[in-house]
Design a protein around this ligand. Sequence first.
Ligand SMILES: [Zn+2]
Length: 264
Amino acid sequence: MARMPGATYRSVVNVHRDGVLERRGLVLHVQDDTGSPYGWFNTPSSRASSDFWVRLDGRIEQYCETGVDYAWAQGAGNPYYASVETEGHPDTPLTPEQVEAVAHIYAWGHSQFGWPLAVVNSATAHGFTYHGVGAAAWGNHTGCPGDVRKAQRTAILARASAILGLSTKVSVSLAHVVDAARRDPAAAQGHTTHRAEALVVEQALGAEGVLSPQWIDGSFGSRTVTAYAALQRRYGYTGDDADGIPGHSSLSRLGAAHGFTVTA
Ligand SMILES: [Zn+2]
């Protein structure tokens, strides 16, 4: 089954029939425009298309037989990955409705093709990747979909996991994160105390727009502490309560927005 239930199927001319070589996963794109790209994708001279397009309100259009035909979205990556275009612009986050819709696309691809529920920043690894990582071979769209939307992939996969009823919900230990926030800043640059859990928190801080992607590295260093303090102030904390060391209520609130739970 190559057509996704719930998506509006609109066949376009710009696809390579029976061209798929591997079904490694999904590539996230940003349209950097609004309105359905159907007409553009159905115009031979545009040389462009995608498997899916997700409107701001969460409606999904599908333009080819995913997993069988490949769309023309990411150059040399086309025969290996499906593609989703998202309405809007790189500097604005996906709407909650878009997050939900892309999660449904990913959950469907997981069931149909075994796409792993993993964020990958790679042009070869299996999972949920993004256009810019393919560099010149993928058309040199290094700004697609932009740092804000790239960082939302973690929350999308957490939601896809929940849709699938899997018990792979991400959880983070408050004690571990506090330990990392106390030890990493004074240690050597890039030192990691609880790498996996720090990374989950940093990805959420990135999606909130308070931490630059270059510091999302699993080390809860001084930049991450500063970013967390900015989040605490945004949540209304002041003084010592906004010192950048996570507390249970702020971390739980961040987790609720970005797909992780908090344990002691
Ligand atoms: Zn793109």
